[in-house]
Design a protein around this ligand. Sequence first.
Ligand code: B12
Length: 249
Amino acid sequence: MAELSDIQNEFIRQEIEEHIERPDERQRLIENFAKASPAMQAISAALIEGEHLVVNQLTKEALDSGIEALEVMDDGLIAGMAVVGIKFRENIIFVPEVLACARAMKAGMAHIEPILSASGIKPLGKVVMGTVKGDLHDIGKNLCNMMLRGSGFEVIDLGVDTSSDQFIDAVEEHQATLLGMSALLTTTMPNMGKTIEAFIDADLRDQVKIMVGGAPVTQDFADDMGADGYGKDALACVSLAKRLLGIKE
Ligand code: B12
């Protein structure tokens, strides 16, 4: 079991020491940061501080030095965002600070995207992706999009605040066989179910597989609303997409 002192980055040690109170969350963060390299810890620290220019620079340097894009994404950017999420929940930071962190995340992702998206192979299938109506969170969806594109899928991204009609129109227009919906708010999660119902009403449910995800979404919730699958992260999203379209891993 890793300990706080196993984390090299002093700022991250302090953040955990001062702000992370739940024992399970604290231990999970300690384990994750202790195994991350100092370069990844530095990216997380800059993201937690909302320093987009520093995240931009450090991400570029890490990739230039040969560190894998997936490692930078998981151990640097997503690891930092986990701390931001807890501080936001505990009212230690507020929307303006989180926006600065989101901007920093995007600055890092801008370097990762071309690498993960450059598969150069014939598209495996067309996927329509969007964040549901009323929800403006797009970081997780965008990560899924990158991973899907990098794995050979053509992704039609509808952005955020997407209505059932917009999902239906896009699936029809692009003849997509897979639809992915993202929701980060418990208040917007039901809009996934409403969209699935709209597909049934439009007599299109059989033409498209539907996958769902986002921090508050669970397998049970996905089953209850009649989705074809649930993925907990961007890697799971790719495996799920392949499984739903009958493509071998
Ligand atoms: C960043 C953030 C924001 C940013 C969003 C910026 C952006 N461009 O996305 C801003 C500041 C705008 C924001 C606003 C708000 N937010 Co906010 N936000 C967050 C925060 C801190 C991080 C979310 C994030 O990006 N996570 C990192 C990514 C990588 O993870 P992810 O999204 O879960 O995605 C992964 C998986 O879920 C999965 N996945 C995601 N989508 C999909 C889709 C498919 C198909 C699949 C298979 C998988 C999949 O793969 C992804 C990659 O691994 C979360 C806290 C948290 N712990 O989630 C709160 C959080 C979601 N927000 C919250 C709240 C309350 C709000 C506001 C209402 C605050 C306010 N008072 O205004 C508003 C709502 C605005 C709106 N209408 O949407 C709450 C929600 C609580 C709840 N129970 O509903 C949270 C949980 C914070 C908290 N209080 O604990 N937020």
